[in-house]
Design a protein around this ligand. Structure first.
Ligand code: COA
Length: 164
């Protein structure tokens, strides 16, 4: 039996924290689908297409990963595409309350046998979020090591920063 997992998020942009989760989940499951989703609570910096392209670049070493985008209820997408697992990363205790609420609500909505599985984010990345990465970058701070080099180049380009 092939086990199919979904890792969904805004990925605005994908960071090394996300990639840590992606690399580990890709080892655990036969297929890992990365779902870029418009979160109505957030105003995106990168378009959905740009975010998908950045994830494609950052995950080109993985052969069992697909990148999609979708709208609406995560549970609807999970049910209609026959996923077995939804992967979430937990960075710190502060993520827990929000994540348990979401997991329990989703559990009501998922088809039978769909599970939310949590992976603990590596401590090297537990303090980062896409918003923080964008803010530090915008203000000229050094974010190298927190996003892949190619993603940093794309961010520089988008902000009109010329590489040396
Ligand atoms: N490393 C680094 N950063 C991480 C991370 C990790 N391992 N895990 C999460 N983050 C960051 C994200 O980049 C995000 O940063 P931002 O707030 O600056 O954009 C932040 O932590 C929160 O992440 P997350 O909770 O995954 O938010 P999200 O917007 O990326 O994804 C959805 C949330 C889209 C999955 C959720 O809102 C959803 O399912 N929406 C669909 C609608 C729905 O079904 N609603 C009902 C849910 S019960």
């Amino acid at each position: 039996m092939i086990i199919k997992a979904l890792y969904a998020g805004s990925f605005d942009p994908v960071t090394n924290g996300h990639l840590d989760i992606i690399n580990r989940a890709a080892k655990q499951y036969d297929r890992l689908v990365i779902g870029v989703i418009a979160n109505p609570a957030k105003t995106p910096f990168f378009s959905i297409e740009e975010r998908k392209e950045m994830i494609k670049i950052a995950t080109c070493h993985l052969t069992n990963v697909d990148i999609v985008s979708f709208q609406g209820l995560l549970a609807d997408y999970v049910n209609s595409n026959n996923f077995d697992v939804v992967v979430r990363g937990l960075r710190a205790i502060t993520d827990f309350e929000y994540e348990i609420q979401m997991a329990q609500m989703n559990a009501r909505l998922f088809n039978d046998n769909v599970e939310t599985i949590f992976l603990m984010t590596s401590p090297s990345y537990s303090f980062i979020s896409s918003n923080l990465i964008r803010e530090v970058h915008q203000l000229g701070g050094d974010i190298s090591g927190l996003v892949p080099g190619k993603i940093l180049m794309i961010m520089n380009h988008k902000r009109g920063i010329v590489s040396e």
